[in-house]
Design a protein around this ligand. Structure first.
Ligand code: FAD
Length: 282
């Protein structure tokens, strides 16, 4: 099928894009890599009247370490392939590169962007599960200025985010992990390159008081189990932190998220979580 008719304007700066997105007379959307919006246009499930190209905005294509706090500031238009290829500073002990390398196929990774994926908010996608695991913060700009949104509250439902309709996601702030941090990120896909049916993610960084487990590819936002910083710091080993994630606790969280009614899906999520724990502790 062919896409419906739309106008296209290439924005050259964030200010440009925000001004164009503020147009309430027409249904206006940003276009980044087009890897999700393109098929939606072609299948005629989305009918924007005006697309604003944001992939060429220089500041959205940059990734750098913030000297003030060591955060990685990852521009929204950075393509997955750039992360896969190790072309951005590694503050996550390889987690971002591992996740990027397992998104779809190389052709998709060449064009698809971090910001496009997060704004699209497909529950089965990877960055919507990885950023909450890392405790990242989204940086959004609208007419009212800039604000940060915790990745754990960014996704509000399937294909729905806390972004205002006219806001542009400009970057993701990823906190640096300690040198002894351990992580595991696994997913179950029927075929390589397909979207996941279940995702499990674990991060244990005792020096920074982080013990976090994520179960993704749910019916909505990922499930996040967070241990208190005091409990993590008091733990004598990484295994002691992971010991809190019992099958009973994981199953209760799966039930609370509404996936427990499907025994296959519930088992898959439980298994991915257990595998992620095993990888982190290995
Ligand atoms: C065959 C195939 C397999 C795939 N498999 C996977 C997979 O395994 N894992 C995975 O994670 N993803 C997968 N994807 C999705 C891929 O990662 C896309 O790159 C991603 O979902 C969308 O990124 P994009 O830059 O192409 O965004 P676009 O398609 O351009 O935009 C997507 C949405 O985000 C909005 N948007 C874009 N940029 C911004 C911004 N800066 N601020 C606000 N809103 C914005 C757009 O308006 C649109 O609504 C797959 C895609 C394909 C085609």
């Amino acid at each position: 099928m062919k896409a419906p008719v739309f106008d296209f304007t290439r924005a050259l700066s964030v200010a440009d894009a925000v001004a164009l997105l503020a147009d309430t007379a027409r249904f206006t959307k940003p276009l980044a890599g087009g890897q999700s919006l393109g098929p939606m246009l072609n299948l005629r499930v989305a009918f924007p009247e005006h697309l604003i190209g944001v992939r060429q905005i220089e500041s959205l294509r940059q990734a750098f370490i913030d000297p003030a706090n060591g955060d990685l500031v990852l521009g929204a238009a950075v393509p997955h392939a750039q992360i896969e290829d190790g072309l951005i500073p590694d503050v996550t002990q390889g987690l971002l590169a591992h996740v990027a390398a397992n998104i779809a196929y190389r052709a998709v990774r060449n064009r698809g962007t971090v910001g496009g994926s997060l704004a699209h908010a497909d529950p089965a996608a990877d960055w919507v599960n990885t950023m909450p695991l890392l405790g990242a913060r989204m940086v959004a700009v609208g007419l009212a200025g800039e604000r940060e949104i915790d990745a754990r509250t960014f996704m509000t439902g399937p294909f729905t985010t806390a972004l205002d309709e006219h806001e542009l996601l400009v970057a993701v702030r990823v906190p640096a992990l300690g040198k002894n941090a351990r992580w595991g990120y696994v997913k179950f896909c029927r075929k390589p390159g397909e979207f996941a049916e279940a995702v499990g993610g674990v991060l244990i960084d005792r020096a920074r008081g982080i013990g976090r487990l994520v179960m993704g590819a749910t019916d909505g936002a990922p499930i996040v189990l967070e241990e208190s910083a005091e409990r993590v710091r008091a733990a004598s080993s990484d295994s002691a932190v992971a010991a809190h994630w019992t099958d009973a606790r994981l199953s209760a969280a799966i039930d609370a998220a509404g996936i427990g009614h499907d025994p296959y899906s519930a088992q898959l999520h439980l298994t991915m979580a257990r595998r992620a724990i095993a990888v982190a502790l290995a």
